[in-house]
Design a protein around this ligand. Structure first.
Ligand code: ACO
Length: 427
């Protein structure tokens, strides 16, 4: 018998197996706990709970390590492409040259949207937030692609996954085009995944669009940095939605809804808005004081992370990408100086040091995306586009797990105990 954890409760002793992963903390398998003790564990926010077994992504938050299928994020961001990383997450291994060509070809065959789906956009208000459009349109995919929604069939699952990865840039670019009142462009499959997205977003039918290689590379890297992140809120949402057997398009729409929140994917939008509000470095001390004040709801957006208690490795890559994009586009943004200074001041302040609050992936991404030309409302959309590969990979992993069950947490009930109904005239 392997290691056991001992629990004494209600005057009795119980043993629970300790399971070991390939790396990272061991877990205590408490699946039998309720049956044996009649008690639940209490862990709101899942700060100490492993919700599933996964072989996709590993994070060591104390050391600032992020691995996809074992490969460090820095190496992937430096050397690979988003399509390679997508293949890696979805299929378990980096593709060979032939496999990559085949994968890219397959994805490119699914980039178009059903014409009727394009008409969906007209139903949204002209000033709708593009994330609202994303939730609606991605959810609506399930009404169009019935032929790939038998989740028990691995081939259906893979076709749906490919469709989602392929169509997301088209859907996202169309959301942007709708918001600025320009015609939506059809995909151009001669371009790379990322080049195609940039063209559909910034191109217009009246002119040839030229993809700037440095910007394409930076954008592709940003997609890599957002591709997956273990059991975060939106991924857990996708898994929970999928655990009931819901179709993948509906599950990804649920993930998009969760991602939208400012504590999660919405933080990149919030971080840039914050930097704009701070404006110049001389105002930083005032905002640092506000962030430390418990009576002030203001937080440093793009700072802090549930898992990273060290520098987010994605923020490191993001910071170095800022200059590359500025150089390629021959632009500068004084907010970058403000961000660098803010980081420096915060990292030397005892409040941030003691609480281990470091810049996260969102701290610098807004500056790059803004330089490329995206409005802040599109930031979370880009995150959703990239995270789709992680979501579908996690969803596939869950459905293929023979031990998979519907997710159904329990609770600590603190409401009234049973009481009798009081008729209206007696209340
Ligand atoms: N600014 C100021 N104080 C902060 C910040 C911040 N950005 N983040 C955390 N703290 C403080 C909290 O007030 C709390 O202090 P206390 O212990 O005295 O009460 C302590 O640090 C711990 O914070 P929690 O909110 O309990 O930590 P949690 O793990 O629940 O939250 C989160 C993590 C949501 C990311 C938080 O750090 C935050 O709100 N950051 C700003 C939003 C953000 O950048 N989100 C993006 C995350 S990355 C992503 O989703 C891709």
């Amino acid at each position: 018998m392997g290691d056991q954890a001992k629990l004494s409760a209600g005057g009795a002793d119980y043993d629970y197996p300790i399971l070991k992963g390939s790396v990272g903390p061991d877990v205590i398998d408490i699946r039998k706990l309720y049956g044996q003790t009649g008690m639940f564990t209490f862990d709101p926010g899942f700060t100490s709970t492993a919700s599933c077994e996964s072989a996709l992504t590993y994070i060591d938050g104390d050391e600032g390590v992020l691995l996809h299928r074992g490969y460090p994020i820095g190496q992937l961001a430096e050397n690979s492409s988003f399509m390679e990383v997508s293949h890696l997450l979805l299929n378990g291994e980096l593709p060979t040259k032939d496999e990559l060509e085949k994968f890219e070809y397959t994805i490119s065959r699914h980039t178009m949207l059903h014409e009727q789906l394009r008409q969906f956009y007209q139903g949204f208000r002209r000033d709708a937030h593009p994330m609202a459009i994303m939730c609606g349109v991605v959810g609506a995919l399930s009404a169009f692609y019935h032929d790939s929604t038998d989740i028990a069939d691995p081939e259906h699952r893979m076709i749906s996954s490919h469709r989602l990865i392929a169509k997301m840039p088209t859907i996202a670019a169309a959301a942007y085009k709708y918001s600025v009142g320009q015609p939506m462009l059809y995909p151009d499959n001669n371009l790379s995944y990322t080049g195609n997205f940039l063209r559909m977003t910034f191109g217009v039918p009246a002119e040839e669009y030229e993809v700037i290689p440095e910007v394409e590379k930076a954008m592709d890297r940003i997609f890599i940095l957002h591709a997956d992140h273990e059991q975060n809120a939106s991924t857990s949402t996708v898994r929970l939605a999928g655990s009931s057997g819901a179709n993948p398009f509906a599950c990804i729409a649920a993930g998009i809804a969760c991602l939208w929140g400012p504590a999660h994917g919405g933080a990149n939008e919030a971080a840039l808005n914050m930097l704009k509000e701070i404006g110049t470095p001389d105002k930083i001390p005032h905002y640092i004081e506000r962030a430390k004040d418990k009576n002030d709801p203001f937080r440093l957006m793009g700072f802090g992370h549930r898992v990273y208690k060290n520098y987010d490795p994605r923020a490191t890559v993001m910071q170095s990408t800022v200059r590359e994009v500025f150089d390629a586009l021959k632009v500068d943004d004084p907010l970058f100086e403000t961000a660098l200074r803010l980081e420096e001041i915060a990292l030397n302040d005892p409040y941030f040091v003691e609480k281990k609050l470091f810049p996260n992936v969102d701290f610098y991404s807004g500056i790059i995306l803004s330089a490329i030309g995206f409005p802040t409302t599109m930031f979370t959309v880009l995150f959703a586009l990239a995270r789709t590969v992680g979501w579908v990979a996690q969803w596939n992993e869950m459905i293929s797990d023979p031990g998979q069950k519907i997710g159904r947490p329990r609770q600590l009930y603190t409401g009234p105990t049973q009481r009798d109904y009081v008729p209206l005239d007696k209340r």
